[in-house]
Design a protein around this ligand. Sequence first.
Ligand SMILES: Nc1ncnc2c1ncn2[C@@H]1O[C@H](COP(=O)(O)OP(=O)(O)O)[C@@H](O)[C@H]1O
Ligand SMILES: Nc1ccn([C@@H]2O[C@H](COP(=O)(O)O)[C@@H](O)[C@H]2O)c(=O)n1
Ligand SMILES: [Mg+2]
Length: 453
Amino acid sequence: MNSETTGALNYGITDHISIQSNGSDSPRLPHKQPFIIGVAGGTASGKTTVCNMIISQLHDQRVVLVNQDSFYRSLNEEQLKKVHEYNFDHPDAFNTELLLSCMEKLRHGQLVSIPSYDFKTHTSIEPSHLVNPADVIILEGILILHDSEVRNLMNMKIFVDTDSDVRLSRRIQRDTVERGRNVKNVLDQYARFVKPSFDEFILPSKKFADVIIPRGGDNHVAIDLIVQHILTKLGQHDLCKIYPNVFVIFSTFQIRGMHTLVRDVKTTKHDFVFYSDRLIRLVVEHGLGHLPFTEKQIITPTGSVYPGVVFCKRLCGVSVIRSGESMENALRACCKGIKIGKILIHPDGKNGRQLIYEKLPADISSRHVLLLDPVLASGNSAVKAVSLLLSKGVPETSVIFLNLIAAPEGIHTVCRKFPKLKIVTSEIDSSLNRNFEVIPGMGEFGDRYFGTD
Ligand SMILES: Nc1ncnc2c1ncn2[C@@H]1O[C@H](COP(=O)(O)OP(=O)(O)O)[C@@H](O)[C@H]1O
Ligand SMILES: Nc1ccn([C@@H]2O[C@H](COP(=O)(O)O)[C@@H](O)[C@H]2O)c(=O)n1
Ligand SMILES: [Mg+2]
């Protein structure tokens, strides 16, 4: 009965910022989606306790808790007569369609009405309660990781893993005090339905969890780590909210896998170059999606009309030597014959930057410029580079700055000074350290890419 725990914290989390672009000069703003956390586990494992601890540590954030219990189907008279034969631990006991439709509304920023459930009468009671949209939604319940559609909503899946004897004793205590049951009822229900359903449906859903919390609310270390992770994710969220011209490419497990490789200190130069190139290609393609286009209808070989577009051809790249040169190949691969200029900037004192060298196309002022630098750290070099472009007559709105990773400090510096340019990046990191290195970062990109480390 006692489920083995690994205590593994597996942060396999998809980003929750979905970026939409219509490919025009003014792409639609990113649609901000809440960060959705699923918390599953056996009865009385401490799910509600863990959720409340997370919520209290996220005190500055807008967080709502949605309980799967609210979606229990009400029993009819016939079922109520034989309530002791009803399995409340089977997936069919829940109205999952209603849960999905409520979640869909919350995800899209709408207020929802969630049923209120009474464990004493086994029915939904009036009034239902209104739940406001929020930045973080926590979905809690025994079977919340069982249904694949519900699981797919989640950015983070947690399983609270508590010894079954502890759970049973807590359940007896709770159900007799709070849910109007007697000890015999609780034990009969437990043996007949609760335990078999735990083994059949709940325990198998543990494999879908990103984070398993042994000992529930007693595990302060796991709860602190989860809260830190959520805060990091919300930090990204907030930057995209503050600066609508910052675009983070839609994250997938492939992209996180590539980041894992390029950030790993043990990765060989060969692999570093290979996976950086793959990520750079994605960032470049995404950046190109922000260029203006004109509509063009063409005829396909079937004689049909295809309402297409032609993208802007007056482009150029500008790489910030030396790391930015690693992005040139991807740009050339996407834009045949593109002109690429270069800028060399050196540190000058603590925050200063000195322009050492520049070679830019003579007609750069009439082109859209893709500025290339894989790491945006303090933003001081970027400010110098963009200032040079503007001094050459390039409109701020024509600059798209492409990076692999960006620190919040760099984003603030660049966006405050140049609110009309666009930044496209594949991940936003936590911060800069005292040496102005991006944390967690990927180290000195140029040295790792060009093998000079
Ligand atoms: N770490 C803990 N130590 C002692 N009692 C706990 C602990 N966690 C939860 N409980 C108690 O156990 C019962 C079930 O906890 P709860 O968080 O409601 O579980 P769940 O939501 O998984 O059913 C509650 O009465 C709660 O106060
Ligand atoms: N009318 C009901 C509905 C549900 N239960 C039991 O509740 C448990 C789920 O709630 P937790 O807070 O323990 O996660 C579940 O195991 C059902 O057996 C009930 O007894 N009566
Ligand atoms: Mg609960």
